[in-house]
Structure formats: structure tokens, C-alpha cells
Design a protein around this ligand. Sequence first.
Ligand code: ATP
Length: 212
Amino acid sequence: MIGILGGTFDPVHFGHLRPALDIQQALGLEEIRLLPCHIPPHRPQPVADGAQRAAMLAAAVRNYPEFSLDRRELERDGPSWTFDTLTSLRAGLGTQSLCLLIGMDAFHGLPTWHRWHELIDLCHMVVMTRPGSEIHAAGELEKFISRHRIVDSAELESHAAGRILFHDVTQLEISATRIRTLLTQGESAGFLVPEAVLEIIRREGLYQAGSH
Ligand code: ATP
């Protein structure tokens, strides 16, 4: 069983990593693949380029063999549609279970994703929730949840795709936006991102006032 976590990762921080590790351990995933997205030229660009975002991810997980970096979205031109990424992953995995890890906020926006109804045919969705939180969904998303939701995580192993599991994770109120703001103001981002990521930020002069 493989887990994937996509994002901009501009930069990667502990709010991405700790919840992913929680899920990896709780569900016994063999591997978590981190997929930085490619941003097409006509959309707001991340501050760090694809190579820098990938380098920060690689450095962040250097001592965690269960985490790996997957560059396929960076290597593909045009928008990073999750549908295309999952189709390409599925082709390499055969009937192995594939779990798409999604933050609760991102999950609420699911109905805006390209071909969103079809994603569940390619993977399971593991929604990373805040302990004790309620799921607020209406309309199409509510119907989609009731059709696919499971409470027993064992079903993730016995099927390759098609299930939604809500799973509590450690809450860390960290966002990449906040980190970029701190650094732009000349303040420290210490204890919010791994030390190896801070070193790359320093070396590359990223997120400084006037650098973007
Ligand atoms: P930004 O502040 O630039 O919008 P971000 O920190 O929210 O970035 P993304 O790269 O957009 O990070 O997020 C990738 C994935 O990680 C999304 O599914 C998002 O919901 C999840 N995520 C981001 N921050 C956290 C956090 N603190 N706790 C749990 N999940 C998170």
C-alpha cells in the first residue's frame, strides 16, 4: 500500500510531514511519495522553482526511508491535474492499493478538481482530520462521501481504490505562507521546517525581502 501527498511545498514544513508520518504508521503504508506540483506559467508562481522545492523535500526526508520524492509532476509540462498523476501512478502499480492523502481544507474543495468523480476509481482518499472535528459537506460532496466512506481501515488493503477514510492526525498550525512571511520579514522559521530545509533556504537566499 502506497500513500501520496501532493502540494506546492513552497517550502515543505512539519505541518506536511508529521501528519503524513502519522498516516504512514497508522495504516502501515510501505511508502509515502511526496509529489511537488508543476505550476504552469499563467498561474501565480511559487517563490522557489521546481528544482529548489524538490531539493528541500529531498533534504527534509533524507533520514526517513519510508518517504520518497516523486518528480513526475515537475517533469510534465502544463497543469498538474491529479487525475493525470493518478492515472500514471496506477499504470506503474497494477492492483496495489494507492492512498491519496488530503488535508481537510483541500478535501472540501474536491468538487472543483478536474474529473473529480473519477479520482476515486484510481485511488483511496485518506482525509487528514483534526481530532474531534466534524465533517461539513453538502450537495455532491456529501453524496460522494456517503457512497465511498469506510470506518475500517482494513478495507484499504483489500481493495486497490474506491474508499474514503477520515483519519485524525497531529495538528500543527503551520502554513508555507506563514513561513514565507516570517522569512521575508527577516524573522526565523526555526522549529517550523526541518533544519536541512532551513539550510537550503539560507544557501539559495529564498524568501528574502526583495528576492521575489
Ligand atoms: P500555502 O501556505 O503556500 O498555501 P501549504 O502550507 O498550505 O501552502 P500545500 O503545499 O499547499 O501547503 O499543501 C499540500 C497538502 O498538505 C494539502 O493537502 C494541504 O491540505 C496539506 N497541509 C498543508 N499544511 C498542513 C498542516 N499544517 N496540517 C495538515 N495538512 C496540511
